[in-house]
Design a binder for this molecule. Structure first.
Ligand SMILES: Cc1cc2nc3c(=O)[nH]c(=O)nc-3n(C[C@H](O)[C@H](O)[C@H](O)COP(=O)(O)OP(=O)(O)OC[C@H]3O[C@@H](n4cnc5c(N)ncnc54)[C@H](O)[C@@H]3O)c2cc1C
Length: 463
């Protein structure tokens, strides 16, 4: 019962670490407290929310509305069963692929709740109550996070709910209040707004998504307000009351009362570390249940115990979690690791979607780098005309001294795919000349790169 690596949690970080260990010829055990593998990413987070988004965009005919008008719908009445059908099929397929991946690579998985009983020993309580103990040379904590549920919110998992409960049995409410303008809150607020559900978004701060370029956020806010979303920034939720009909009323600190059929509380998540027995191995967590690690190796304060994924905090993405898990496993077994590329892309699957890589204009200015920006609107591309796109834009930022690319920021159709061109050029140290001199497929949205680069070039001093 000894493994070279025990991984606690089978989400993106845990999965990638275990498979990396197996590929290095090491024995790995993955402990997962859900009945099936996949973690938050597959069961309640990334995949379900993106599937819901795709279902909504398809059934509402959202992508065709530029041509056929705002009333256009592929399916007139869209209900919970429509949303659920595609969700169940997609999740089943995803889990099947993951289970096969573990089996193919000889990674053993066990369903149960893991906790440390010593620095090198992990106890696992199976669903039937049986407890097993396993020893490990190294352990990776990849337990992820759970939605933060403050005691003053009367959650009932029916119409006052967090993001886990919302996706468990998605349905279409008559109106929706979303508390929290973080990535999760914004994704769901905009998905339901695309279903023509009246949505009110509440955020205590005056700004949101501060790591995204402000020009992109301005465009985003404009589009959301244009389609009728009520955005209440700088308003704190004081409490939630329930009226005679059972509808929640959000009471704000400025006295406003917002009544809706459903309230989604999406203001923060907390590391799933409380029951891990971390004290038995001398590890401490912060106020949000997160663990601190060495950002290069993902070792915790106890060198043979690693942590990766959402449990270590920002950026809390499935994509970055996978990489962190892989690096942790490589480090644990002394496998060579090239340095991580300077920039990773960030995707926000709201409607419209946003994606960004590199520095924002604010960050460039804070660093005192003289720069020029170029903008392309998707409606300027032939592909945009064909698709009936009225919105969507790309912003590129270049250094004035050597024309190197500093950042790419996109809002609109295909943003999360398009960003990878910018990512490649950025991480390879490319310049504006790449975009000006290269031929792009025509007609594509990727042509926006050339248009934005030429826009910047037009305004740059000639050398
Ligand atoms: C609504 C939503 C949408 C998202 N959308 C995106 C997106 O579009 N793109 C993106 O990149 N990221 C997205 N994310 C984030 C992404 O899901 C996370 O970054 C990713 O899942 C984190 O992976 P992880 O490896 O840390 O583990 P997780 O996926 O969090 O999984 C951890 C697993 O460990 C299990 N576990 C916990 N404690 C124990 C224990 N004691 N014993 C055994 N098992 C345990 C948990 O039950 C869970 O199954 C989204 C998240 C949410 C909530």
């Amino acid at each position: 019962m000894r493994y070279e690596l025990i991984v606690i949690g089978s989400g993106p970080a845990g999965r990638r670490a275990a498979i990396q260990a197996a590929k290095l010829g090491r024995s790995a055990l993955v402990v997962e407290n859900r009945a099936r593998v996949g973690g938050v990413s597959v069961h309640t987070g990334t995949i379900p929310s993106k599937t819901l988004r795709e279902t909504v965009l398809n059934l509402t005919g959202w992508r065709e509305r530029g041509f056929y008008g705002r009333a256009y719908r592929v399916k007139k009445e869209i209900g919970g069963s429509d949303l659920n059908m595609r969700l169940r099929k997609t999740l089943e397929h995803e889990i099947d692929v993951l289970e096969h991946q573990f089996a193919r690579n000889g990674v053993r998985t066990i369903a149960g709740i893991a906790r440390f009983v010593g620095p090198h020993e992990v106890a696992v309580v199976e669903p039937d109550g049986d407890e097993h103990r396993f020893e490990a040379d190294s352990v990776l904590i990849a337990v992820g996070t759970a939605p933060y549920r403050p005691p003053h919110i009367p959650f009932n998992d029916t119409n006052i709910l967090d993001s886990d409960a919302l996706i468990a049995e998605p349905r279409v409410p008559r109106s929706l209040t979303v508390v929290g303008a973080g990535v999760i809150g914004l994704e769901y607020a905009t998905i339901f707004s695309a279903l023509d559900v009246p949505v009110t978004l509440i955020e205590p701060r005056d700004t949101f998504l501060d790591f995204i370029d402000r020009e992109i956020i301005d465009e985003f806010v404009h589009q959301l307000r244009d389609r009728g979303m009520a955005i209440r920034l700088g308003c704190k939720l004081e409490r939630v009351e329930v009226d005679g009909q059972g509808w929640p009323i959000a009471i704000l600190d400025d006295g406003r009362r917002i009544r809706s059929e459903m309230l989604l509380y999406a203001a923060g998540r907390i590391g799933a570390t409380a029951k891990l027995g971390l004290d038995t191995c001398g590890l401490e967590i912060d106020s949000r249940g997160r663990l601190a690690v060495d950002p290069a190796t993902f070792q915790t304060a106890v060198p043979h115990i690693y942590a990766a994924g959402d449990v270590i905090g920002f950026p809390s993405l499935a994509s970055t979690s996978m990489e962190q898990g892989r690096i942790a496993a490589c480090h644990a077994f002394g496998a060579p690791m090239p340095p991580a590329p300077a920039y990773f892309p960030y995707g926000i699957y709201a409607v419209p979607e946003i994606s960004t890589v590199g520095l924002s204009e604010q960050e460039v200015r804070e660093r005192g780098i003289p720069c020029e920006c170029g903008i392309a609107r998707f409606r300027e591309t032939s592909r945009g005309h064909i698709m009936g796109l009225e919105t969507g834009m790309m912003k590129m930022i270049f250094a004035l001294d050597d024309r190197r690319l500093l950042g790419v920021h996109i809002i609109g159709e295909g943003a999360t795919e398009l960003i990878h061109i910018g990512q490649a050029v950025l991480n390879l140290g490319g310049t504006l000349d790449y975009f000006v001199e290269n031929t792009f497929n025509y007609p594509t949205l990727a042509e926006a790169y050339k248009i934005a680069a030429l826009d910047a070039w037009n305004r740059m001093p000639r050398v």
